[in-house]
Design a protein around this ligand. Structure first.
Ligand code: DOR
Length: 443
């Protein structure tokens, strides 16, 4: 008789090609069998009748602020939030304090995952104008998901805004580069149009559609010239989504949960807790983002989890810190979108599983297939629950989605065969490890 470590029995298994009634077995941290396993045995058997068994979901865009300010977030708290919310893997941004821009800081960051991380973590390296010569080597370091370029300024001081420097970055190596695309010159030129204390909705007037579009147009011109693959993070405008459709040979893209869920009414309701970069915009852009999800132009959905203290969020605009929490809420909210008929579960598994795995080259993540990592998110599509601030474990302690009632909720998170969350309880020890990527050295 076949023996495994864990069998998930009788669930609806979300495969890349559709949903199938099947059992799924994990052994030695990897998916060992999918099918009818009634005759098999396991140390642990979990009844998944009435539940959906999804690949361990990936949020490819989080800011865990580590090193930085533990009163806001750490690797330990951010990844605990991740598994409570149904994520098995996150990719962590480099605009920490200090920023992850060289091999020494990258090594320290990787070392800090052991015994602290509850889920697996991929690591971004930041590009600056002074580390361009090192990027070709840095992008191949173990566990690096991508080089990140802030082509427009946001939180922190990372910025590569001029064409010559951007071209030098693109000529520096060959893996796909991730961009924060807002045109810095237009941002600075428009700043004097606004005065401190103006209503928060001016955030989307300052960082307007043309600022985003101009940034993406400039990046695509240089990417085309240098033939360097690009991934445009958090695309926030209908115009960019249309434009990027003409660059599918070199460009992939991400849209954010917030841009799929919130419109400009949020500024009046949430004030500083609606301020992020690129900004939340009007319903035309939200509809365009959903259209692009449905027609396949979007490769990934992320949260851009960007915690800040309440004090920093409550400063008058434009000194309000930009960024919203989302690591714990992205899966419940995306499941709620599934329940509302905006996308299917297989499409969600594509956007938060096979999509990021393909874009970043995470070789054994993002799909339920024998031999892949035993990462699973079990979800109950009938479960109804309201998101509350009190549920948030990030030390900053707030979510812009407090009061949002979700239909569909993650009930179990499994990381390489370890059940780390079940029914809202974090279990065992922090087993999270750095993620392996194609084209990188082994740790
Ligand atoms: O709103 C944002 N917050 N956008 C970014 O690009 C950075 C992030 C942060 O780190 O706070």
């Amino acid at each position: 008789m076949d023996r495994y470590d864990l069998i998930l029995k009788g669930g609806q298994v979300v495969m890349p090609w559709g949903v199938e009634a099947a059992d799924l077995a994990i052994a030695g941290g990897r998916i060992a069998a999918i099918g009818d396993l009634r005759m098999a045995e396991a140390a642990q058997v979990v009844d998944c009748k009435g539940l959906h068994v999804m690949p361990g979901l990936i949020d490819p865009h989080v800011h865990l602020r580590d090193p930085g300010d533990p009163k806001v977030e750490t690797i330990a708290t951010g990844t605990k939030a991740a598994v409570l919310g149904g994520l098995a893997t996150v990719f962590d941004m480099p605009n920490t304090a200090p920023a992850i821009t060289d091999a020494v800081r990258l090594d320290a960051k990787r070392a800090g995952l052991a015994g602290a991380a509850w889920c697996d973590v991929g690591l971004y390296v930041g590009a600056t104008k002074t580390n361009i010569a090192a990027l070709a080597e840095l992008e191949h370091q173990p566990n690096v998901c991508a080089i990140k370029v802030f082509a427009g300024s946001s939180t922190g001081d990372m910025l590569v805004e001029d064409d010559a420097s951007l071209e030098a970055v693109m000529r520096s190596g060959h893996r796909r580069i991730c961009y924060h695309s807002e045109d810095e010159y237009r941002l600075q030129a428009r700043k004097p149009m606004f005065t401190p204390g103006m209503p928060h909705r001016n955030h989307m007037e300052w960082r307007d559609v043309e600022t985003a579009m101009l940034g993406t147009r400039r990046l695509m011109a240089i990417a085309r010239r240098t033939n360097r693959p690009a991934h445009i993070l958090h695309v926030s405008t209908a115009e960019e989504l249309d434009y990027l459709g003409g660059f599918r040979d070199i460009a992939t893209c991400e849209v954010l949960l917030n841009h799929l869920t919130q419109t400009d009414e949020a500024y009046d309701r949430l004030k500083g807790y609606a301020v992020m970069n690129p900004p939340i915009r009007d319903a035309r852009h939200l509809e365009a983002a959903w259209a692009a999800v449905r027609d396949g132009r979007v490769d990934c959905v992320g949260s851009d989890h960007a915690p800040h203290s309440r004090e920093a969020k409550e400063r008058p605009w434009p000194n309000t810190a930009a960024g919203l929490t989302g690591i714990q809420t992205i899966v419940p909210l995306m499941l709620d979108h599934v329940s509302a008929g905006r996308l299917s579960l297989p499409r969600l598994a594509d956007l938060m599983g096979t999509g990021p795995a393909r874009v970043y080259g995470a070789l054994t993540k993002g799909r339920l297939a024998v031999g892949y990592d035993g990462d699973v998110t079990v979800v109950d599509m009938k479960r109804q629950r309201t998101i509350e601030d009190s549920w948030i474990v990030s030390p900053c302690g707030w979510t812009p989605f407090a009061g949002h009632r979700c239909t569909g909720w993650p009930t179990m998170t499994i990381v390489r065969g370890n059940v780390v969350m079940r029914e809202d309880e974090v279990l065992g020890a922090p087993v999270g490890a750095p993620v392996a990527f194609a084209d990188t050295a082994r740790a």
